[in-house]
Design a protein around this ligand. Structure first.
Ligand SMILES: *Cc1c(COP(=O)(O)O)cnc(C)c1O
Length: 336
């Protein structure tokens, strides 16, 4: 299946009024720091606190009336999007997640009335459970990133970005399974062929980065990360998102956990925004000189569904321990 710009315009009509048109705001701090205008697309303002509602609404709408219900594996935000979309249509939803998913995300999904299954320590184990729900209970599995309707839904962000600012030169996109980057890149490149599109992800367990390097999907060992939403594999039988990221992204850049920690402090103290570690990889790349700009740039603040105790610790500059990840504290110099 080949996705086109028309599919993304169709998705925009499906999600209109529920998940569209988040604010695009300037970051005066990053603009001063880089010497180029830096804009933030605030997907943390979505009704579920993350952009994944776009793809989930579009995918659930495509199911038709015969669907018995939906299931998915998720690092948390896709599950929340699917639960929200299923509730709107009165469908049963079973969300399968590994025990790496933070409790704040699990609780958000339960609050939407979905059933939650916690299975194992990896996204692959969660996927196996979702596939069992398909076989045993006739539910429809919605991939978090490797589904044409999901990719088209996430791509609506690209339409909004370039409609608001046709002069954007660089897009910095947090990257995990690649549905977000593939959708935005497809839309943006059709509208503006020479825009530069960069995927950003964490150093540990960067499945898409390692797969692009290898030239085919590879498995990674999942580790705890401040960017938990970027965890998980891309699927060894990946059909769409791998090829789209390979063909559409200019580069993929890795960000360390310490750089994520610091960038979360910058986003909070300078721009007054509470967001997950996954959101700040673009900001971290700019702060650490990993991407040089040549004109206006935008990054996606993808979600805000994090444990607020963890957020408070980082803002206070305290040590952080997440599973086998130990980060030494580092107070922010601009903190009050
Ligand atoms: C899912 C997610 C991403 C990455 O999206 P992919 O389509 O898997 O690449 C980034 N940030 C947040 C907050 C997410 O939930």
């Amino acid at each position: 299946m080949q996705l086109t710009l028309a599919d993304i315009h169709a998705a925009a009509r499906v999600i209109a009024g529920v998940a569209d048109h988040t604010p695009l705001v300037p970051s005066p701090f990053l603009t001063a720091k880089t010497g180029h205008e830096v804009l933030l697309k605030l997907e943390n303002m979505q009704p579920i606190g993350a952009f994944k509602l776009r793809g989930a609404l579009n995918a659930v709408a495509a199911l038709g009336d015969m669907a018995k219900g939906v299931t998915c594996c998720s690092t948390g935000n896709h599950g929340r999007g699917v639960a929200y979309a299923a509730r709107e249509r009165g469908l049963r939803a079973v969300i399968c997640m590994s025990n790496l998913v933070p409790e704040a995300k699990v609780n958000g999904i339960k609050a939407l009335g979905a059933e939650v299954r916690i299975c194992g320590t990896s996204q692959d184990e969660a996927l196996a459970e979702a596939q069992r729900m398909v076989a045993d209970e006739g539910l429809t599995d919605i991939s978090p990133f490797d589904d044409p309707h999901v990719i088209a839904g996430q791509g609506t962000i690209g339409l909004e970005l370039l409609a608001a600012r046709p002069d954007l030169r660089t897009l910095l996109i947090p990257l995990s399974g690649g549905g977000l980057a593939a959708g935005i890149a497809l839309a943006a490149r059709q509208i503006h062929p020479d825009i530069r599109i960069i995927g950003l992800t964490m150093e540990t367990g960067a499945a898409m980065h390692d797969s692009l390097k290898a030239g085919h999907p590879v498995e990674v060992i999942e580790r705890a990360s401040l960017a938990d939403s970027l965890g998980g594999g891309i699927g060894m039988d990946n059909k769409l998102s791998f090829a789209m990221c390979r063909d559409l992204l200019d580069d993929v850049i890795l960000i360390s956990e310490a750089e994520i920690y610091h960038a979360m402090q910058v986003l909070y103290y300078e721009d007054r925004i509470v967001a997950e570690g996954a959101c700040v990889v673009g900001i971290a790349a700019l702060l650490n000189g990993k991407v040089a700009l040549d004109g206006p740039a935008a990054t996606i603040i993808t979600g805000r569904n994090l444990d607020m105790q963890l957020h408070a610790r980082i803002m206070a500059g305290q040590d952080v321990t997440l599973g086998d990840l130990h980060l030494p504290g580092a107070p922010y110099e601009g903190a009050p």
